[in-house]
Design a protein around this ligand. Sequence first.
Ligand code: ADP
Ligand code: MG
Length: 382
Amino acid sequence: MTELHRADELRQRLQTELHQTQKLESLGSLAGGVAHDMNNVLGAIQAVTQTLKALHEADPQLTSALDTIERASTRGRDLVQSLTNFARKDLRGAERLDLNALVREESELLKRTTLKRVTLDLDLQEPLPAVMGERSTLGSALMNLCVNAVDAMPGGGTLTLRTRSLPQGQVELSVRDTGLGMPREVLARAMEPFFTTKPVGKGTGLGLALVYATASAHGGSLILQSEPGQGTLAQLRLPATHEDPKAKVAPDSAGGPGDALNVLLVDDEELIRTSVPGLLEVLGHRVITAGGGAEALDLLAGGLQPDLVILDQNMPGMTGMETLKRLRVQHPKLPVLLATGFLETEAAELLRQDGHAACLAKPFGLSDLRTQLQAIFQRIRA
Ligand code: ADP
Ligand code: MG
């Protein structure tokens, strides 16, 4: 009987987990779609603003107004970024990280803000294997878990942050509180996006959904244990890395394309085709635009010889990657920047194999363009 019961429980748990994953995935593609469109809108605003700023440096009133527009669109970009975190499967900014260092940093922040009535306990294993991860994303995941823990202890209590190396090549970061805990129904839905038991204005219901998405994106997992009155334990498990730390090459900021480039800009979005050329012209380049992959290939077949192609990934008909594959038949060494809000793993892999292509995160501004142009020409020369 116990065996049967256990099997049934396991089946139910797996079903819940599957349901959870499916829900998060559909939210992910929804968020991804919205983010893509918003990125184009914000990209256009940023491009025009920065072009105007570069052209009217001498006018302080205009400059300050443009600064405000730029700040607002940067805020918009950050918002979109946090949305795309749901949808992203790659980790563009992944680096070797010491979770202990991350815990210490975030706990400094906690001490200065929320931790008046809560005792903070650090239980960090030294040395701890490194993980590959995005510092800011993992930092906000940890912060989300801590905020939940603190929220659950209105009358005070102890918040324990613990790190351990697990036998299966994983590193665990756990957040334990001695707070209210969760009844079964709440625990079952806690990771759902927009599920919250907190009053309007206090909870968004996105905290644990984001932590879960972050864990998955890192190839890890999030485990929650909780009982009413017994507090809550959240375990974030990430794969340990054994990569050589020296393998990371430091980017060299010197040098650049220098000369004026002939750029072919391929984007289905008219807003981008009318705004980004201004930016490129401010940088001293000349621009020809195409509204899609087919049009771009036609231009190239017709004898156009650009020094660089900026190729939007997310286009109807032929995607950027598809266009790139076809373009490579005739132009194996033409420098290409693939512009994308977020990159699918498959595309990222193809890009890595192509020595003359790189990724350009959307939306991009003047300095992103300058840096990416420098980076790709440096890589090609190397
Ligand atoms: P939010 O904090 O905005 O409500 P979360 O996704 O972070 O959204 O959490 C969802 C819900 O899960 C919370 O509203 C709360 O009911 C429950 N929860 C999360 N963490 C804890 C915790 N440490 N202790 C008790 N309940 C928690
Ligand atoms: Mg929360």
